[in-house]
Design a binder for this molecule. Structure first.
Ligand code: COA
Length: 188
């Protein structure tokens, strides 16, 4: 509920106050401030003998695109804590241009969920396809490589607010899972 209030508290890109209900006391930043685009041409070395891109190439590009959004948002060094999901929807061919759009969906204290939408364009025809979607979790680190508090993200549009709520639910699920794993790993 408090985070819903935070979501409505748009600062119009010039945040001056901490976002109420957030795990962070820092001034909030809109999703748009982290939005990033990475584009590249698919080369022969990126593809299998069928001429389709290797999944690992998409994973690396998604990691890079998501890192750009996380660093933009936090203005800190960030590490990938986990890849929550990566769905391949359509093949990408040699010679296609791949475009990755990333932005921070949700922030807690030091962690950020970043969404990446990946499209491919067949340059000869202009045909564009949504080829993959990824969700990655980044943690911002200070100069001693310890997790550091990031500004709360402020979702402004209805789509951003829906992604924020979904990211919040996923954060809770992951935290509970890690807690269960820690408990079961304890001796006795
Ligand atoms: C990610 C990392 C910094 C977390 O360190 P930690 O000592 O576990 O830190 P904490 O338990 O205090 O958790 C810090 C944050 O990380 C999040 N986190 C930790 N492990 C996570 C995981 N596996 N998946 C998602 N989030 C995770 C926590 O939820 C917490 O978020 P919050 O501050 O927003 O609540 C540490 O595990 C690490 O350095 N991992 C290696 C990262 C790496 O090398 N990545 C690949 C190359 S970049």
């Amino acid at each position: 509920m408090q985070e819903k209030q935070a979501a409505r508290r748009s600062t119009g890109g010039a945040p001056a106050t901490a976002v109420l209900g957030s795990a962070s006391e820092l001034p909030g930043k809109p999703v748009a401030a982290s939005a990033s685009v990475l584009a590249t041409l698919v080369e022969v070395a990126d593809t299998n003998p069928m001429g389709n891109i290797h999944g690992g190439v998409i994973m690396k590009l998604a990691d890079q695109a998501a890192a750009a959004a996380a660093i933009r948002h936090s203005q800190h060094i960030c590490v990938t804590a986990s890849i929550d999901r990566l769905d391949f929807l359509n093949p990408v061919r040699v010679g296609d241009m791949v475009e990755l759009k990333s932005a921070v969906n949700y922030t807690h204290r030091s962690s950020m969920e970043v969404g990446v939408r990946i499209e491919a364009e067949r340059l000869q025809t202009g045909e564009r396809k949504h080829v993959a979607t990824a969700l990655l979790i980044f943690v911002a680190l200070d100069e001693n490589c310890r997790p550091v508090t990031v500004p709360p993200v402020i979702p402004e549009t209805p789509e951003e607010q829906a992604r924020f709520r979904d990211g919040q639910a996923r954060y809770k699920e992951r935290a509970e899972k890690r807690q269960r794993e820690r408990s079961s790993a304890r001796p006795g």
